[in-house]
Design a protein around this ligand. Structure first.
Ligand code: 9MR
Length: 383
């Protein structure tokens, strides 16, 4: 039996036996060995329930292939979260594979799964320099870019109108290495076609497409206390300030939170600045893509690496959830078996070792990060 077949069978057993989802015999034994006797992690023990008790949302990015094919995955989603986001299914390239053709099967599947389980959905994303369709480069010009942007936002936003908690309207528009004083990513095709105004324009269009969705600006590399991230953080806050001053409709800041257990930088005044900055502009804050890389750790022992990863969850969320700014925490994926961080490119230091960045391991057993995440909700003030 290959490992994959074994995993599939093990997952099947859990579901078929109708046992409390994550505690099939094997998963339960593993969880016990690693974490002592785990208390119930479903129902009132779930992430969703602990987050809700503090007026927050707990969520994860969803791989729609797994949503279609993996019963255990669906069960974990339904039990653990009260908000979902598509890891890829709502991106430009996924929803508009040809200039005149939109594709919504995957995104529709996500939204209906979420709704039938009483969960909210984040939209990710309308405007990004990545995940563009192949036709984009040869078709989009300075003359037609505005129309293409409007069509895209009105069509995709319109499709899910009234059903989206928050839309990441513009994603990752700040890139300090491009050298502009305002920090804008001038290498983005959107910038090159439309100039810096594409940002405000996209938000105004998104408001029209779905007036109820909270319009979010989402970025990464703004979490740590170090010079590089401090510059990016300041540029993000300046951008938000300019947008607010211009009357551009924006409701929230998404802090992606792709963290690194081997980082030599810590968390502190930078996060405070970010949260204070957002609050003073009247913006909500969402932790949108939390995960913790561990390939830089010079330790092979899994338990030790898991503890280090959990320590980062605890430290980071302890600070992020200290005040009342953050209303939602989503991880970028569910189980270590399916994380972008296990793509070859992201395992530079130890390419032979799988990363363990998420709250569930590859057997869907809760990891120490799960418990750290749950405790962070428990320790937070009600909002
Ligand atoms: O995890 C996503 C991966 O599967 C895609 O190939 C990639 C390109 O579309 O995007 C990844 O998700 C990114 C997210 O959309 C934006 N922030 C960074 C995430 C990780 O790269």
């Amino acid at each position: 039996m290959t490992r994959r077949e074994w995993l599939r069978r093990a997952a099947g057993t859990v579901v078929a036996a109708g046992l409390p989802a994550l505690f099939g015999r094997r998963a339960g034994a593993l969880a016990k060995r690693r974490h002592g006797n785990p208390d119930n992690i479903t129902g009132r023990g779930s992430l969703a329930s602990r987050a809700a008790a503090r007026g927050m949302l707990a969520g994860a990015a969803v791989d729609t292939r797994l949503l279609r094919t993996d019963d255990t995955y669906r069960q974990v989603l339904a039990e653990q979260y009260n908000i979902l986001v598509g890891e890829n299914c709502m991106k430009f390239g996924a929803t508009q594979p040809r200039p005149e053709t939109y594709y919504f099967n995957d995104a529709d599947g996500l939204v209906s799964f979420a709704e039938s389980n009483g969960m909210k959905v984040r939209g990710h994303n309308f405007v990004w320099h990545e995940a563009l369709p192949e036709w984009f480069a040869g078709t989009v010009t300075k003359e037609n870019a505005e129309k293409i942007l409007v069509d895209h936002i009105m069509t995709v936003g319109g499709r899910f109108k009234g059903r989206i908690h928050s839309w990441d309207v513009v994603n990752e528009a700040i890139w300090i290495p491009d050298g502009r004083p305002d920090g804008l990513r001038s290498s983005s095709p959107w910038f090159q076609m439309l100039g810096p105004d594409y940002i405000d324009f996209a938000y105004r269009t998104a408001r029209e497409a779905d007036p109820k969705a909270l319009l979010t600006y989402n970025d990464y590399g703004i979490e740590y206390d170090n010079g590089e991230e401090a510059k990016k953080r300041a540029a993000v806050l300046d951008l938000l300030k300019r947008m607010k001053a211009a009357g551009t409709p924006i409701d929230a800041l998404g802090v992606q939170s792709h963290l690194n257990a081997a980082s030599t930088s810590g968390f502190g005044s930078g996060l405070r600045e970010l949260l204070d900055g957002a609050r003073s502009l009247g913006l909500q804050v969402f932790v949108t893509e939390l995960d913790v890389k561990d390939d830089g750790l010079e330790v092979d022992d899994v338990a030790k690496r898991d503890e280090a990863v959990a320590g980062v969850y605890r430290d980071y969320l302890g600070r992020m959830l200290e005040g009342r700014e953050v209303k939602a925490v989503l991880t970028w994926g569910v189980s270590d078996a399916h994380t972008w961080l296990n793509g070859a490119k992201w395992r530079e230091k130890h390419p032979d070792r799988e990363q363990r960045p998420l709250p569930f391991d590859d057997q869907y057993s809760p990891t120490p990060a799960f418990f750290a995440l749950r405790e962070s909700f428990d320790n937070a003030k009600r909002r």
